[in-house]
Structures are given as C-alpha cells and as structure tokens.
Design a protein around this ligand. Sequence first.
Ligand code: PHB
Ligand code: FE
Length: 330
Amino acid sequence: MNAPAEKFPATIAGYKTFELGAFTFSRDEYFVTITWPVQGGRRQSHTISADAFLRALMRDVAWGFFYGVVNFDPVFGTRNLYGKVEFFGGRFNEHYHNNGLSYVEVFETPVAMKLIKQILADWVNSGFDPFAAPMETGDAAFGVKHGDNLAAIDRYRVPTKRMPGLEGDSPLRGDDNGYPINRAFADVPQDQPEIHAEPGFEKELHGFNLFAYLSRSDVTWNPSVTSVCKNSLFCPTTEEYILPIIHGNDRVEWFVQLSDEIMWNINDKDTGRPRARVLMKAGDVAAMPADIAHQGFSKKRSMLLVWENANPEIVKMYDSKQLPPYPVEF
Ligand code: PHB
Ligand code: FE
C-alpha cells in the first residue's frame, strides 16, 4: 500500500514493472504484486505466486480473455466485455467488494492485450512453460530474471478449418500431430479407424482416434476447438495439476470426462462463496451452470471434453434471466 506513482521502480530483480490504467504490476523472484486505487486516496496491494500468475496470464493471452470472467485467484482477474475488457481487483470477492476495496477499469481489448503480452514476454524465464504441468517445467518460473521463452508463449488457439486429418485442416493433424505421446498416456492405443469413403467422397469423409490425438497434447488446461457445428464447439483438452484460472462462466458449458478424474471446486460467480465440490470420473457428464465460477484439480493428466456454445447472443439471455442458468429442469 502507499505506493506513490513516482516511487514505482522501473525494474525489480531484472523484471520490468508495468502500468495499465490505475493498476500497477510488478514481480520479484517469487511473487507478482498488483496494486489498485481504493477509497481515501489509498492503494490496495495484492500478491500472487509468479508461476500461478503467469499460467493465468498465458490463458488470457491465448484465449483472447476467454468467455466471461477469468479470476487469476479469489481477488484479481479480467472480465471479457467482447470488444472491451474489464480488469478488476476484488470485484468478485464479496469481502473486498463490500468493504470498499474493489476496483474495476475497462480497456479497449487491443490495448490491454498488448500490455499483457509484454508482461508475459518479460516475466517468463527461459525453461518455464506456462502451459506445461509443474513436473514438466520445474521451478524455472522463479528467481531473478533469466532469459525468456518466447516460443512457449507464442501458442495461440487455432480453430480447425476442417475436421483434423482432412486436407486443409489446422496445422495439428488428427492422425499424428507430430508430438510425442505424453508420459501419462503411454497406455493409450494409437490405432486409427479405417475409412472407406464412397468414390468421390475421399476428401469429405474422415475419422481419427481422438484419444491418440489427445495423448500427444503438449499443453495442459488449454481446450482446442476440434469441431465446429454452427455454434456448437467441441474443445477437448488434457488436464494436469490445477486449472490456472477460476473461470466465471457467462454461459452453460458441458463437460465430458474422457479419462481419469478431475475434482472441481464450484463457487458463486459474483460473491465467490463455495457452492459445490464435484468429482468427475471417466465417463461422467456435467453441465456447468452460467452463474458459477469453477476451478479443476487433476492429480494425474486426464482428458476432458469441454462443449461450448459460441452463440454471442446467449450472454444477454442469461443476464436478462430469459434463460435459467442451468440447461435442464428435472
Ligand atoms: C473452463 O473454464 O470451463 C475450463 C477452462 C479450461 C480447461 C477446462 C475447463 O482446460
Ligand atoms: Fe468454465
């Protein structure tokens, strides 16, 4: 607290410091510190472990601020206003908010995106991959600034243009995406389906082994759009350790647990109050409501299918209570 702007240092432990509107961002060997203005001319400061902050920031960069709210932790995060983006301190934490310690500021998306990409480029050290599981990337996030890892932070979500494996698909092919099989999926069969297309339909019909495809994913907690049917998006992903964000949904999303297990902590989206804990086992299907925030924990790398509704009108329908926050009435 009490960090007057003129005393804000340009670098700490070799890391640049950054400002976005009235927010300040700095990092040291272990931690990221964020400050924002609160009542009475004071500033609230907030501390997040550097590795956790960078994993969350990487998702905001790669996903273009995602759907709804991206809570980096129970206090700080971003909310996508689709064209603009809100940064907040304490807004979705009832204790901060009800005690005058919350702050929000809205930015044009390209302005905020440019700044967070600069933070990521400066603060990710050589050897640290914010998409990798901790056991695969070690403790390189920490310490005084040492090098960078621009290749790791340059992965963006590429929707497939066609079914993976068909001519003209996205760069990752369904049948062998060129990555090695992950250590956790050594037992996943790699055989591919036989495809017998009618003459003339060879370029229209395809199939691939999704389990084999996912067994080669080199990233965690990064749903990739592998099929698009109007507004229906199938986004499979491989999960290990902790979802780096507490996601505040702005629409219903469905989860299909394809392998192993994920434990989910589910909170009220606006207050952060706990609502449920759900253990999803292989084969389980769940609809995650539009009014919750959730974070998953996967003790062994697992496969999850996230089924998203990309209809841009749907957010208004939930906000105006035209639709209930859940999809089925039992
Ligand atoms: C989600 O917020 O629903 C979500 C995000 C990333 C994942 C899985 C689920 O990898
Ligand atoms: Fe979600």
